[in-house]
Design a protein around this ligand. Sequence first.
Ligand SMILES: *Cc1c(COP(=O)(O)O)cnc(C)c1O
Length: 377
Amino acid sequence: MEFRDLKRQYQCLKPQIDAAMMEVAQNCNFISGKQVTELEQQLAEYVGVKHCVTCANGTDALTMVMMAWNVQEGDAVFVPTFTFFASAEVVAFEGATPVFVDVKEDTFNLDADKLEQAILQVQQEGKLKPKAVIAVDLFGQPADYDRIEAVCKKYNLLLLEDGAQGFGGKMGERTACSFGNAATTSFFPAKPLGCYGDGGAVFTNDDATAEYLRSIRVHGKGSSGKYDNVRIGWNSRLDTIQAAILQIKLKAFAEYELKDVNKSANLYTRYLGDQVKTPVVPEGFYSSWAQYTLILKDKEQREHLQRELKEQGIPTMIYYPKPMHLQTAFAELGYKQGDFPVAEALCERVLALPMHPYLDESDIRFVCNAVKAALDL
Ligand SMILES: *Cc1c(COP(=O)(O)O)cnc(C)c1O
């Protein structure tokens, strides 16, 4: 069994994907081909925002927003401590300070009450200027944007949605990657919408931001082309071949993959039920299930379960074993064990099961039976 079965997805989409890749090879329009522009329009339409600017990966997408907002030394940017490293890395990369915030145990996402406390504390200390919030749609579920947007408005902070894992999710009628002043996603192969290499995108309704992003992704180009350089930028483009693959995959995603992955999640939850702590999707929310994550009793129980499942040929993953505030790279920020108890406990107790749109009901029943047997349920 595969943790995320990309081979099976390719087998299903092979004729279209092969044709799309060959077309790029035949036209040799490897950089900034028409597929890139078409994909950007399709993605913007799917998400329901005015602009989509693709780039080389999800980390660059986050960084480009930091550049657009002129995030710099002396700025505080609030980030959940339970996330992938890139969410916080991009803040430090600009010389600004990531200020970590704990998450909610039930959704794994940023806790809006604790966000407000962290902002007040930074204000009180008076050393850093509160500038922005990066909220993460962890494991496929949008963060609590009603509350987070209200807090950002109250303290006049910019809001960036890190939707690297969230593409396809929803909160009410609003689609993931449409929240905040800008949103980003990643097309890393294992993400809900993945390509065949690295890729990423920024979404925004703001015309000036979109224009700036289109400039910096090609060496700060001006309006008269790439040998007219009006600012310092860099090189971060989505390859045409990746855009061509994503056009096929977006169609499958919108037509059936997102529905099917939700079917898989519902089956897991039904079979495991109240006997194991399964993921919670609050009323009005819809997840794209980048991960299906159980919370076990403790580290020992998790180790036991992971070992037993491995023996049955069932792969599992720990997202994430270490919170951001305890990462060696952030040691100089001075955080310590005990600062964010919810995230720290999650790091010891979470375990992600195989999850993707091509799981059969029999696969899911097999995994659930193995989980129950291992836990003596
Ligand atoms: C994967 C991921 C990123 C980075 O995306 P890349 O395309 O790998 O650079 C950023 N944030 C989160 C939450 C992610 O899961």
